[in-house]
Design a protein around this ligand. Structure first.
Ligand SMILES: [Zn+2]
Length: 474
């Protein structure tokens, strides 16, 4: 039996706004749990939501860049369900009148372009984050509750896991180009649910679909869909294709999907208009739509085409140069500096500039926003300068953010004086000869001991503090 695969995606993207969707709590990651909270995002009785204009602007910007249509009016609705991550017992979302309908995103897979149609794009608030302990206990962090979240739903236009991955990769780049979100998937700033069903080729009706929830990397999306194709193919071949819609989770370690529940229908959520927020008319927005239309930048694939055409670049070169907006801007600035006599000289210069940038310079560069964070961490004494060197090397190698590198490699400075005292005591006991030298007046001996303590702490202590502690001991 020849089967065809039908895939649709539902993507959630946290917006890069200063504050949450309905209150003035800051949108920040890397802070302690339950610190960016207030009575509004905690859903206390009697509080009222105030809509964040910036979130509306960013949603409209993304939608317009993806050719979606803006309706005449839009409204928020309550999606009712009870879960510990939802302080109000409902989520303010959009069901009946989303901000944007339709549109498309062009993808590139295997050298071929294809337009993937969109169903809708709407704005809602994110839920809090649940963390599960090893002993089965659960914790909830409300920092995420109320962060503006875009939901983008595609039509079932994707026909393979590779296409699904290509869609997410280009969408990821588009939201970064437009400065709508950083969309870091490992931080959950971009998450995806994938719907998949198979049907015999030529069949017009859809089979029951499976929704795979909360995929948080491109690879997870591809792996989960590949597994589902195998599983559902087997069911079709055995003559018992799925009869009801279902929801499954993905086990990244075993690379299998696991049944979670038979699908809830939308009416289970008892949607109704949010009474605390007015309907808004697009023609009376507090900002001109033209302003947003004019701020749409050239999107990645268009930029790539232009680079190939204008600068005579190879496909692969243009792909790398447009894979990051800062890099694309960088190379264009260099090219604009070129003043040559002939077109041939110019072409030669562009070739050299791109190949040196791609092969030599870019791998050495650290993203400006990462470097800024790095300097802040140093200035706040969060890491020692010895650790700073390591962090910088790792930033160049992996492109990761300094705060993530520090966490992963346990490079935070030791702020605990007692801990340093314990280590210093141990070093003194182990180096009696050096201690005697110091007492005889050899200043160098002290430097040796400081070095030993620094070595023991793997460079995570403040050398001045170590010296002071050693001097006191001696
Ligand atoms: Zn709040």
């Amino acid at each position: 039996m020849k089967l065809e695969t039908i895939i649709g995606l539902e993507v959630h993207i946290e917006l890069r706004t200063k504050t949450k969707l309905f209150c003035s709590c800051p949108v920040k990651s890397d802070v302690s749990a339950n610190t960016n909270i207030c009575p509004i995002c905690l859903g206390h009785p009697g509080v009222l939501p105030v809509l964040n204009e910036e979130a509306i602007k960013k949603t409209l910007l993304l939608g317009l860049a993806l050719n979606s249509e803006i309706g005449e009016i839009s409204r928020f609705d309550r999606k009712n369900y009870f879960y510990p991550d939802l302080p109000k017992g409902y989520q303010i979302s959009q069901f009946f009148l989303p901000l944007l309908k339709g549109g498309f995103l062009e993808i590139e897979n295997d050298g071929k372009r294809k337009k993937i149609d969109l169903e809708r794009i709407h704005l809602e608030e994110d839920a809090a984050k649940l963390l599960h302990g090893e002993k089965g206990e659960s914790f909830v962090d409300f920092n995420r509750a109320g962060i503006p979240l875009i939901e983008l739903v595609t039509r079932p236009d994707l026909t393979s896991p590779e296409e699904a991955k290509a869609f997410l990769e280009i969408l990821h780049l588009v939201v970064q180009y437009l400065n709508v979100s950083e969309a870091e998937m490992q931080k959950g700033e971009m998450r995806c649910d994938a719907n998949i069903s198979l049907r015999p080729k030529g069949e017009k009706n859809f089979s029951a679909k499976t929704e795979i929830k909360n995929l948080n990397s491109f690879k997870a999306v591809e792996d989960a869909l590949n597994y589902e194709i195998k599983r559902q193919t087997l069911l079709h071949e055995e003559g018992r294709p799925p009869k009801t819609n279902s929801t499954r989770g993905f086990d990244e370690k075993k690379k299998i999907t696991v049944l979670q529940r038979e699908k809830e229908e939308s009416h289970d959520y008892r949607y109704f208009p949010e009474p605390d927020l007015p309907i808004f008319e697009m023609k009376s927005l507090p900002f001109p739509l033209e302003e947003i239309k004019n701020s749409i930048k050239e999107l990645p694939l268009a930029k790539k085409d232009r680079f190939i055409k204008t600068y005579d670049l190879l496909e692969e070169e243009a792909k790398i140069l447009t894979s990051d907006l800062a890099l694309a801007d960088f190379i264009e600035k260099i090219i604009s500096e070129i003043k040559t006599e002939s077109e041939e000289d110019r072409r030669k210069f562009v070739k050299l500039a791109t190949s040196w940038t791609i092969n030599r310079l870019w791998p050495e560069l650290v993203k400006p926003e990462n470097f800024a964070e790095f300097i802040i961490l140093i200035s706040q004494n969060k890491i020692s300068s010895a650790s700073g060197q390591k962090v910088l090397e790792e930033m160049k190698k992996t492109g990761k953010k300094p705060s993530d590198i520090i966490k992963e490699n346990k490079l935070e400075i030791i702020g605990d004086v007692e801990e340093i005292k314990t280590i210093a005591g141990k070093i003194i006991l182990e180096n009696k000869k050096v201690v005697e030298d110091f007492k005889k007046g050899k200043e160098n001996a002290l430097q040796f001991l400081v070095g030993q303590v620094m070595k023991e702490t793997k460079g995570r202590a403040d050398p001045k503090l170590v010296q002071e502690i050693l001097r006191n001991f001696l």
